[in-house]
Design a binder for this molecule. Structure first.
Ligand code: HEC
Length: 479
């Protein structure tokens, strides 16, 4: 009786093994580890890539560390949450920072997870992959590391906070204007949500270091002051306060003659929208027309928690058109700049239409509140709509970061800003309503010293800044 049972089980086992002959041989060391080295370890290793605070929670280097995650890994690759990459499949091969895994490699992970996640023989393992050390920068050894001049304490009761910090460049740091080749930010605490520090750029969750393509640069001017627009975000509560001093590492071009173009930009932003409560597909658009022959270097859509999808379309002067980038399921956690392998040619007159779709319904699991209308605002719980676009102007002209409506549009006027930030709707902008950057100039603009900027004062200030901008352009190509 006993013997019979054993034989039955044994033969069943045999049939099973025969059916899965190839799959059954999948082991960690021989098959899975090479796939992880190629597709996952850039983030999943001790102190792996810190993409603006998005640090992978576990390492996939040894069998012991990886084994418990086998099922979750198979699931994550099957439903395309890992590796994180949000461009539609039609764009495969177009972007240099693409993070996709081949079907073959997916099958290896799945087969491994489904056959008991076997260890195999460590002798079959590939040589372990070398990664930059814990304190290493992915851009290599920096020429300059800057920190904010102040160490900032993010108080216990802070949930969302915007502050402007500064770094004054001294001659010891740079003694002449320099062409920037690469920039890598490192948040100084887990409360950093994003940083914008012009002209260095910025970082948000999911961003990687920015390395300019050869021949293209931004300029860091000697003696200038860098303003760090810091967005802190954390759970408020006793004991949650923390110190922050964020850093940025910079590499310069060794040889200024190697620089052919300055990086130009457009933000294709909208500020005047209102997404109705409960609306699941609210669409707005913004456009930009290239004044000169240009080449697009990268695209980066930016929304907050209600962002649903993004699309950039190009309408060429010859009447043809194409979708440059389709992000069908936008994920706020991954602020990806899509960087072209081959820059996209945009002849003068090419119109780009950026389409944003928002989901302000309960169906959106990230939606903090589906019962309120939502407009533009800096906190994560308000919305933003930007279709950032970096490009080079083939005529060599530098186009500073511009808005959407058309060439030469220098972004928002102060009158628009007054309207946008006038929370109590009295037609005036009180100092506590003013956005961070403006507070520094507030008293200067408030000429009648009543503690508020009115439309007339804003219009005068506008004229002044416009003249100044024009003057700058005449006097120097950098601004
Ligand atoms: C660009 C960085 C990056 C790459 C590349 C990456 N991961 Fe992740 N992974 C993360 C981060 C960050 C998290 C935690 C946050 C999250 O879940 O989104 C995570 C979470 C996970 C999780 C746990 C969450 C879940 O979905 O169950 C699994 C499993 C996972 N990754 C598997 C993989 C595998 C397998 C690969 C390679 C095929 C991979 N990851 C590649 C950054 C990355």
């Amino acid at each position: 009786m006993n013997t019979w049972k054993t034989i039955a089980t044994a033969s069943l086992g045999l049939t099973l093994t025969a059916g899965l002959a190839s799959a059954a041989e999948v082991t960690f060391y021989k098959d899975v580890l090479p796939v992880l080295q190629e597709n996952c370890q850039v983030c999943h290793r001790p102190s792996g890539a810190n993409l603006g605070g998005m640090v992978a929670p576990m390492a996939f280097e040894s069998y012991k560390e990886t084994r418990p995650w086998a099922k979750a890994m198979a699931k994550a690759v099957a439903n395309k949450t890992m590796p994180p990459w949000h461009a539609a499949p039609q764009h495969q091969g177009e972007f240099m920072n693409e993070r996709t895994i081949s079907q073959e490699n997916m099958d290896i992970i799945t087969a491994w997870a489904n056959t008991g996640a076997k260890r195999g023989n460590p002798k079959d393992a590939p040589a372990s992959r070398e990664w930059p050390g814990k304190d290493g920068w992915t851009i290599g050894t920096p020429d300059l590391i800057l920190k904010t001049d102040q160490v900032f304490f993010v108080e216990d009761d802070v949930e969302d906070l915007y502050v402007d910090l500064t770094t004054q460049l001294t001659d010891d740091m740079i003694s002449e204007d320099k062409f920037i080749k690469a920039v890598e930010f490192r948040p100084g605490s887990s409360a950093v949500h994003h940083i914008i520090a012009m002209p260095l750029g910025g970082i948000a969750p999911g961003n990687e270091a920015s390395v300019y393509p050869d021949g293209i640069a931004s300029v860091l001017k000697k003696g200038s002051e860098i303003t760090w627009q810091m967005h802190y975000h954390k759970e408020p509560g006793p004991g949650t306060g923390m110190y922050d001093q964020s850093m940025v590492a910079i590499k310069f071009y060794d040889n200024p003659e190697d620089v052919k173009f300055r990086m130009s930009g457009a933000h294709l932003g909208r500020f005047d929208f209102n997404i109705p409560a409960g609306e699941s597909s609210y669409t707005i658009q913004q456009e930009y027309t290239f004044p000169n022959d240009s080449e697009i270097v990268s695209l980066m859509p930016h929304f907050h928690l209600r962002g649903k999808s993004a699309k950039y379309e190009a309408f060429y002067p010859d009447g043809s058109s194409e979708v440059l980038l389709d992000v069908p399921q936008y994920d706020f956690n991954w602020q990806t700049a899509y960087k072209y392998n081959d820059f996209k040619k945009a002849p003068a007159g090419t119109k780009i239409i950026f389409t944003s779709v928002f989901d302000n319904s309960e169906g959106n699991v990230f939606n903090p509140d589906a019962t309120v209308d939502i407009g533009w605002g800096r906190p994560t719980t308000d919305e933003m709509s930007f279709g950032y676009m970096s490009f080079v102007d083939s005529t060599g002209k530098y186009q500073p970061m511009m808005g959407g409506a058309g060439a030469g549009n220098g972004g928002l006027s102060l009158v628009q800003i007054v309207n946008m930030f006038d929370k109590n709707e009295d037609g005036l902008l009180q100092k506590d309503e003013a956005p961070g950057r403006l507070t520094r100039y507030f008293d200067m603009i408030d000429t009648n010293k009543d503690g508020a900027i009115d439309a007339k004062e804003a219009a005068v200030a506008n004229k002044f800044t416009k003249n100044r901008r024009r003057g700058n352009q005449r006097n120097s190509s950098d601004d």
